[in-house]
Design a protein around this ligand. Structure first.
Ligand code: ADP
Length: 247
């Protein structure tokens, strides 16, 4: 039988665990806020810097246009960042309406292929799409499109010109698997556990030039989980990366 001492001991342990969790959550929240302010500050610094130059100096037309283009790019980056942060905040509070319906993947993939092909052709990337007919998942079609678009966009961003990207679905036992695979630069093993974390980027300097916020995969993960599905990643440096969604 439990004595008072046992009960008190258990209680003390629970309080200790709670305190540790609270400390961890506070630390995470502070890190998240620090990342947000950093991500907001960088584009603002560019915008202010170039706007100041344009105001103070009379520049050749070509320079002026270049600087204005940078200002517009950075303003677009800010808009995208704020949009993604808002999306994550809604996902965090479960304020996201996921309207599930049966989605027939064959025609769905055809639509995605049509939309994505012109973007890939620009970089001379081959797009291989395959899906058996009559393969249905219960999903919100708009959200599923957003998930796949994010993964395909990354596949393109981190692939060399002339590579191949594969989108494929199949049934395995009671599950349906969707695969997005590229043969691009890959992700080092030590970074793999973190790539779904908010603001995590493997190569901060390089990805900035590619226009990423580091929030894309965090949103993908939340959206996949909101569907009651799961996502896994496997990758090899200089060989490629594949993301698998399991419904
Ligand atoms: P970003 O906006 O920087 O692309 P994501 O959250 O979408 O942010 O991805 C996080 C990081 O994971 C990226 O910065 C990149 O380093 C890595 N990554 C994601 N997808 C791929 C991929 N297909 N190939 C190689 N690296 C990838």
């Amino acid at each position: 039988p439990n004595t008072h001492e046992d009960e008190l001991g258990d209680l003390a342990k629970s309080i200790e665990t709670l305190a540790r969790d609270l400390h961890y959550l506070t630390k995470q929240r502070n890190e998240f806020l620090a990342s947000i302010s950093h991500e907001l500050r960088t584009p603002l610094t560019y915008i202010k810097g170039y706007a100041d130059i344009l105001r103070k100096q009379s520049l050749p037309k070509e320079d002026m246009e270049n600087y204005l283009a940078i200002i517009v790019d950075e303003a677009n980056r800010l808009t995208q960042l704020v949009k993604e942060l808002f999306e994550l905040a809604k996902l965090d509070q479960n304020q996201f309406a996921i309207a599930k319906e049966p989605v027939d993947l064959h025609p769905f993939f055809e639509k995605i292929e049509q939309r994505f092909l012109p973007i890939l052709q620009e970089s001379n990337i081959e797009f291989t799409v395959s899906c058996p007919s009559n393969l249905c998942v219960m999903a919100d079609p708009l959200r599923l499109e957003q998930i796949l678009f994010n993964l395909l966009d990354n596949a393109k961003k981190y692939s060399p010109n002339g590579g191949t990207i594969i989108l494929k679905a199949w049934r395995q036992k009671n599950n349906i698997h969707i695969l997005v695979e590229d043969h691009g630069k890959g992700i080092p093993e030590q970074d793999l556990p973190f790539i779904f974390n908010r603001f995590y980027r493997v190569d901060k300097a390089r990805t900035r030039s590619l226009g990423g916020s580091g929030l894309g995969l965090a949103i993908v993960k939340e959206l996949v989980h909101a569907h009651g599905a799961d996502i896994t990643v496997s990758s090899k440096v200089n060989a490629g990366t594949s993301f698998e969604i399991i419904f």
